[in-house]
Design a protein. Sequence first.
Length: 217
Amino acid sequence: MRHTSRYARKTVARWAPNERYEPEGDVDLDLGIRRARAAALLMLALPGGAYIYQGDELGLPEVEDLPESVLQDPIWERSGRTDRGRDACRVPIPWSGGTAPFGFSPADAIAAPWLPQPTNWGERSVETQTGDETSMLELYRTALRLRREHPALGDGTLTWLDTPGGVLAFRREPSFVCVVNLSDEAYQLPNHTTILLTSGPIEDDRLAPDQAAWLTV
C-alpha cells in the first residue's frame, strides 16, 4: 500500500510479515502526506540502497474506489473476486495536463491506460509539482541530491541516539543526524550547526509531530 494512504489512517491495523495489509478506518490524506514525507526522509537517511515505488515521489494515494469492472490484478480472479489485489497502487502516474491521461499516453491514443486515473490527479502531476518547493516531488529531489553529496549517506554505519518515547534519532558519520518525531508533541531538536532538510515547517528548532529533519552536527 502506498505510504500516503497507509499512513493516512489513525486506526493502527495489526500486521505480520507475509500477510496482506488490510487498511482500517477513514482516510485523512493531509495526515498521510505529512507522515509520508517524514517516512521518505527516514528511509533515505538509512544505510544501503534506496527503493522508491513509482508514484511515491508524487505523494500519490491508493485509488481505493476502482470499479470491479476495471480490476486487472490476477489475484482478483484467483481469489474468487474477494481480494482486489494491487491495482490501487498501479494506476498510471500523472505527468502533465489537467485531464486524463495526464501525459501518460497521447491524448488521442486509441487505447486508454489499463486503469482509470482520478480526475483530480492533475494537481499531483510531475508538471504541477516541479518547481514547487513545498511539493513531495521537490522534497524527494532535494533529499536524493543531498544523499549523493553528503559523505555520511549511502553506505556506512549508523548509531542510535537516546531520545524520549515516540522519537527516533540516529547519527551517521561524518556529522549527520536524522530525527523523526512519531509522538504527539513537538520535539526540541538536538544541538546542530545546520538544518539540511525537513519534511515540514520548523519553528524555534522544534520538530512537530509526524515530521523528520536532517541535521549537520
